[in-house]
Design a protein around this ligand. Structure first.
Ligand SMILES: C[S@@+](CC[C@H](N)C(=O)[O-])C[C@H]1O[C@@H](n2cnc3c(N)ncnc32)[C@H](O)[C@@H]1O
Length: 216
């Protein structure tokens, strides 16, 4: 097993990746191991419920526009008590649609620390953004975000969430992973999120190489 892990580390290292092992618990001061030393990390929580920043879209209209889609990957909640369950997922996702909030708390603190404590002004690419959960969170943290997905209805959903929240610093594009290039997306990025997509792609190592090529 150790040889397998070392082999994976070596292969990914070849593409410019380092694996960090995160401890599962997230207490007020949780820690992780990096090359056997321990680093204290400040917890970070998602902005949740999402702000309903654009009051030109009424709660009634939001309900109508959510109902238009048979499938929602995330369970969205907005200030004022508006909430929508995950739809079209059989079996339902683990954690009842709250898994993204858990994933956020699990790794975003490390990402921020790696960037000196803030995403403000950083360029973030959200590969396979779905309806934009990660893109919107990064935009709320002050990043300039590009999110893309291969499915048009998901980009529509992402733009709906963007307009309800009222953020401007996120741009959603309809794009297939294999079309992705710095030229097409306005240059390279400070942060590239490659979440929940590798297992959809036929050549994951080539996908990791292309992902790394999008970073500065
Ligand atoms: C499991 S979801 C992950 C969503 C999000 N990244 C997350 O981790 O919460 C997988 C996403 O990959 C997208 N996808 C699958 N194949 C793709 C491709 N070739 N190019 C772009 N997006 C793709 C799907 O449309 C879907 O939104």
């Amino acid at each position: 097993m150790l040889h397998v892990k070392q082999g994976i580390r070596r292969t990914l290292g070849h593409f410019g990746y380092t694996i960090f092992r995160l401890k599962p618990e997230a207490g007020p001061q949780f820690k992780h191991e990096v090359h056997s030393s321990e680093i204290a990390i400040t917890p970070l929580h998602p902005v949740w419920p999402l702000p309903h920043g654009n009051l030109e879209i009424s709660p009634e209209e939001i309900r109508t526009r959510f109902a238009k889609y048979g499938a929602w990957h995330y369970s969205y909640q907005f200030e004022g008590g508006l909430q929508f369950p995950v739809r079209g997922s059989d079996p339902p996702p683990p954690g009842g649609g709250h898994r993204p909030l858990q994933r956020f708390r699990h790794f975003m603190p490390y990402l921020l620390q790696a960037l000196g404590g803030s995403l403000r002004g950083k360029r973030v690419l959200d590969i396979a953004c779905n309806s934009g959960f990660w893109s919107i969170q990064c935009a709320l943290l002050g990043a300039d975000v590009v999110g893309f997905d291969a499915r048009a209805e998901l980009i529509e959903q992402a733009n709906l969430i963007k307009s309800i929240v009222g953020v401007r610093n996120v741009d959603f594009r309809l794009l297939d992973f294999w079309e992705m290039s710095p030229e097409l997306l306005g240059g390279k990025f400070d942060v590239v999120l490659n979440l929940g997509i590798l297992y959809h792609l036929p050549d994951p190592l080539e996908a990791l190489r292309r992902t790394a090529a999008m970073t500065r």
